[in-house]
Design a protein. Sequence first.
Length: 369
Amino acid sequence: MEVGILGGGQLGRMLALAGYPLGVRCTVYDPAPDACAGQVAPHMRAPFDDADALARFAQDTQVITYEFENVPVETARRLEAQVPVRPTPRALELFQDRLLEKQFLQQVGIPTPAFAPIDLENPADALEQVGCPCVVKTRRGGYDGKGQAVAHTLDEYLKAVARWGGMPLIVEAFVPFERELSAIGVRGRNGEMHAYPLVQNHHHEGILRLSLAPAPDSNTLLPTAQEYLKRLMDALQYVGVLALELFQVGDQLLANEVAPRVHNSGHWTIEGAHTSQFENHLRAILDLPLGSTAPRGVSAMVNLIGDIPPIAPILRIEGAHLHLYGKTPRAGRKVGHITLCADDYKSLKRALARMISRASLSLPEWVSF
Ligand code: AMP
């Protein structure tokens, strides 16, 4: 079984690693010479608009998938003429543009924060629709909190709009959420769908730092989240893993973002669930039976950002699983993660505190559960 993966970052790397025990051989396609998935799988290095290279890539694969949503849609569509691309390129088209994404969410009946496209000739109009405070976001290309700014006044809003000099923008109401959650689901070609438990996510400076799974006290929210996943995936005849980022406000869930791929907040599933998100993604796109998404105990996933701490103290902690991505450390860069698994939250919390101090991880004070 041969799978082609567009993009060769850590998600591609973990997909390729999940393929080995199943006899699935992955090849990654990425223009970057140092794409870290290239350390564990054959790497085709060519631009995303190189028709000849894409044709060769497709020739040797049974199915093509992608590991980041900024792959050009034309690339996916070109490949689709030769070999199945799963999830559908339509998902790329929708979810790489924050406006199309929010409109689609609305269309399938999933609540979102109030939003409006910004008319650069008359930016104040959009603000009138959502009010202040608000968040100005570029429609495309934003990730890890990049390409967005919070504004509390009309003046701040106009400055934020001017900052991106003519790029297509959207403005959203600022949501005073209680916490951020993500819902991760997998859908097979026959429409069978499974969801992982909800995950509680903590961001700092726009980057995910910590995920807890299952999210504490989230059982009552799970049916709603599952229904949202189902609506999204059924509407697209989606095949593969999809992540829906949510804001919790009281007992309401508002959709922030959709990732048509495996997701950082699902890394805990490698050790903390019966079947990892990576394996389930491969099973889905290869039309194999899906695996159980049930958790095994409770897990905490901590991202390693910017640099790699000494590994020995981490490895000494019972239940700690270290994953390094083979990337050169650089400020703000995700270079690895650690998943801690335990039987219950009490032991997990103890182990997490021990790990934070032993490994000198800089998790902010607010981490409490
Ligand atoms: P995003 O790139 O849209 O996922 O945003 C990154 C982070 O910014 C989110 O995880 C939230 O912490 C915060 N954020 C984004 N949009 C909003 C919003 N409308 N209201 C409040 N916080 C937001």
